[in-house]
Design a protein around this ligand. Structure first.
Ligand code: PLP
Length: 427
């Protein structure tokens, strides 16, 4: 097994002496890869460099936010200019209002919203709002969907969160007792969970991208919507990954199902920390100061992140062909991966939707839920990860994360990556 190159290894050891586990977010440690991934220091377009000067085609893209490419000129200059005008005001400012208007125009279901800093905050706040509006306490989640590191959403989650509903993971039994977990793509289980009409909200990723890539089956999202309506529960779509990545209107536009509340983040800031939650005006009215639900934040709606979001939305509006290009890159990568897998005599399913691509390291049909996804062969994935790294391709250091593409990837990048896959899968 490869060991990260010298300067990387040295820096990671130094990091472990001051940063818990050497990382500010556990997946970055690559625990299941057997050794830490390279320490990165520079990125431009679709490429990223480590501290030893190795260049990689980047398919991690910071786990989703980078849609236009790293260090995109429009974003960089918007952020520079905003900083000159003051990083944070602690008051409503015009660009923040305009940003909310633009988000609402793209996602009309977000009639009223709040800007926050992270997806975690957005999901946590949406659930609190749902509880206050319905005056109910129970939350229903889907196993394998990740909604950030809030106590009641961190266990039985997907991604690289290995938390269980136990005190060892810092989660109290009282918290666990308030949450029902059901499998993804299983309407009967959801209906059973909603039967007693005590559920405040069902929260899910409409396209699940934290257990590899798991697509909603035909009619599933419509079925979820109908089940929530029958039970008087609010439906929360966590579009922190899919919002602005699958299209301007996210998964809800693509699948034509509207949620009561929506959370967006990641892509919105093009790499800067900004997120939002919002939805029906009558529901959002529970927020203080009109209502009793407190939610707030020192950095919420700060001008620098807002400027980055405007630059992203400007580009989305200007570049009409962007999503088609992203989709064709995604298809090219998925097609190449399928061929490479076939040639290697393997039977892994490749799942692609727009600029997200995943192949589970397990034979069979595409995963429908967490129980399928978790069968991926972690040891085989780890071997593949290091072989791809040696061939100049940076993949997520976890079998549960997906490959992300940006508008800066080229056909040539994809073809080189597919050639590396052929090589890496063959040996
Ligand atoms: C679907 C989804 N929701 C919420 C979050 C949490 O977002 P953040 O890491 O910005 O707190 C993530 C992060 O990966 C996510 O993928």
């Amino acid at each position: 097994m490869r060991v990260a190159s010298s300067r990387s290894a040295e820096l990671f050891a130094r990091a472990q002496r001051v940063i818990a586990g050497g990382v500010d977010s556990p997946v970055r440690a690559g625990a299941s890869m057997g050794a830490p991934p390279p320490v990165l220091c520079n990125a431009r377009g679709a490429h990223i460099w480590d501290v030893d000067g190795n260049e990689y085609a980047d398919y991690v893209c910071a786990y989703g936010p980078v849609l236009l490419g790293h260090a995109h000129d429009a974003l960089t200059s918007a952020v520079d200019a905003a900083l000159q005008r003051g990083a944070v005001f602690g008051a409503t400012h015009p660009d923040e209002i305009r940003l909310a208007e633009r988000i609402r125009a793209m996602m009309p279901g977000m009639q009223l919203m709040r800007l926050v800093n992270t997806g975690t905050e957005a999901c946590m706040s949406a659930v609190r709002v749902a509880r206050a509006f319905t005056r109910r306490e129970r939350l229903v989640r889907l196993r394998g969907c990740y909604h950030g590191h809030v106590d009641e959403m961190i266990f039985s989650a997907g991604a690289s969160s290995n938390s269980t509903p136990t005190i060892e993971c810092g989660v109290t039994q009282a918290t666990v007792a308030g949450v029902t977990i059901v499998p993804y793509n299983d309407l009967a289980a959801l209906e059973a969970a909603l039967r007693e009409n005590v559920v405040a909200a069902v929260i899910l990723e409409p396209v699940a991208a934290n257990m590899g890539l798991v697509l909603p089956g035909d009619g599933y999202l419509l079925g979820v919507r109908a089940a929530c309506d029958r039970a008087g529960a609010l439906l929360i779509f966590d579009e922190v990954i899919t919002g602005f990545r699958l299209g301007p209107g996210g998964a809800q536009e693509r699948y034509r199902v509207r949620s009561d509340l929506t959370c967006v983040g990641k892509t919105l800031g093009g790499g800067l920390p900004i997120a939002a939650f919002g939805g029906r005006a009558d529901v959002m009215a529970v927020l203080a100061p009109q209502g009793a639900v407190f939610q707030g934040g020192t950095f919420s709606g700060n001008p620098v992140c807002v400027a980055a979001a405007h630059a992203l939305l400007d580009t989305l509006e200007r570049d009409r062909g962007l999503y088609d290009r992203l989709d064709s890159l995604g298809r090219r990568l998925a097609g190449g991966a399928r061929a490479a897998i076939r040639e290697a005599g393997l039977h892994y399913p490749v799942v692609q939707l727009g600029s997200m691509v995943d192949f589970a390291f397990r034979a069979g049909s595409a995963p429908r839920n967490y129980d399928d996804a978790v069968q991926a062969d972690g040891a085989a994935y780890a071997r593949y990860y290091w072989k791809m790294l040696e061939r100049g391709v940076l993949l997520p250091p976890s079998k549960m994360e997906v490959m992300f593409l940006t508008a800066a990837h080229t056909d040539e990048d994809i073809d080189d990556t597919v050639a590396a896959m052929r090589d890496a899968l063959r040996i």
